[in-house]
Design a protein around this ligand. Structure first.
Ligand SMILES: [Ca+2]
Length: 187
């Protein structure tokens, strides 16, 4: 009986009855920052810190949106540039032509522009083919005057020659906590 079941499942996968990810399912592997740390970055994510930027980057268990950890990035004034971006292996493949929604929960403290007047942002795009202009939420515009966790989401349609999500957070000055980042295919 078991053997029979496996054969049926294999056939269904080949026939495309189980697509890469079902509509509506979150395709990010570690959007909640609960997975293991890999080479100093949370699994599924990469972080770059521009030269001259003084920043503390850590998994913080103090006040998470859910689970044990949120990613904390604290940049000392007058600021600089830290980019937290989704690793190529951080999400399941996407379906070209399908619409997706990227969302995250963010908490901030003393958020500000850097010395180049660059705003902190949550950006959403695709690779290898990109959408132009890419989707972007200006975090100062969205979160100024707020405290506590706020959900941010944005939608985009994957171009025909895209195979994966590109998602990042550009951080400039002040402290940001990020948790429960998700990307879902819209039904
Ligand atoms: Ca978490």
């Amino acid at each position: 009986m078991k053997k029979y079941l496996i054969a049926v499942l294999a056939y269904m996968t080949i026939a495309g009855i189980f697509p890469a990810a079902a509509a509506g399912a979150n395709i990010l592997y570690n959007g909640g920052f609960e997975g293991p740390v890999d080479n100093g970055s949370p699994g599924g994510w990469k972080i770059t810190v521009n030269r001259g930027t003084e920043a503390e980057i850590a998994l913080d268990s103090g006040d998470t949106h859910s689970g044990e950890n949120a990613l904390k990035v604290a940049i000392t004034p007058p600021g600089g540039r830290v980019v937290v971006y989704l690793d190529e292996a951080g999400a399941a493949p996407i379906t070209p032509g399908a619409a997706y929604e990227a969302s995250c929960w963010i908490r901030t403290q003393n958020l500000d522009y850097n010395r180049f007047h660059e705003a902190p942002a949550f950006r959403f795009n695709f690779r290898p083919q990109r959408i132009r202009p890419g989707k972007l939420v200006d975090l100062i515009n969205k979160l100024q005057g707020t405290s506590g966790w706020v959900q941010i989401s944005q939608k985009a349609t994957a171009p025909e020659n895209s195979s994966r999500i590109h998602l990042d957070f550009v951080l400039t000055s002040g402290t940001v906590w990020i948790d429960d980042v998700e990307v879902r295919r819209l039904r």
